[in-house]
Design a protein. Structure first.
Length: 158
């Protein structure tokens, strides 16, 4: 499994950031390579399942994302966890903590490529650099989207 981590400050409240990351209809607006959801079951809370197509290195693959955890802590911070499966599988966690008029967010992303030695070799040679770049661009897109207030509320669930 490859593990990516990034901490950054986003100049909005924890609640404003949470509203966007909770909403599967918002994810394609900032997540690099993600299509609009084909189906969403739930409101973004734990138990929500969303199906997407991901474009990675020119290949379209079907992905399923599940919201596993949403925790609102006494100190005003929140913790999130999602799991995904498809061409790659793994998990994503976010910790959002109030900091100096904004939110410090720490995001961990862990994924694996199917296969044994061949899958690991492909990941090391081709995919890891691309996944890191897409992960960092995704978080920068999220930052810009929420700071400029272009997020739109969730419309409907299936």
């Amino acid at each position: 499994m490859a593990h990516l981590n990034k901490t950054m400050v986003i100049n909005v409240s924890v609640g404003e950031l949470d509203a966007v990351v909770k909403d599967p209809l918002q994810w394609p607006r900032f997540w690099v390579g993600m299509s609009d959801p084909e189906r969403v079951f739930g409101d973004g809370s734990p138990g929500t399942k969303a199906e997407f197509t991901m474009l990675l290195m020119g290949v379209r693959t079907h992905m399923i994302d599940r919201t596993i955890a949403e925790r609102h802590n006494d100190d005003g911070s929140t913790d999130w966890r999602w799991e995904f499966e498809g061409a790659t599988s793994g998990w994503l966690t976010c910790h959002h903590e109030p900091k100096e008029g904004g939110t410090e967010t720490t995001t961990d992303f862990e994924y694996s490529v199917p296969g044994s030695l061949l899958g690991k070799a492909v990941d090391r040679l081709l995919l890891e650099k691309r996944m890191r770049r897409d992960f960092e661009n995704t978080l920068e897109n999220l930052k810009l989207m929420v700071e400029f207030g272009v997020a739109m509320p969730m419309k409907a669930t299936a």
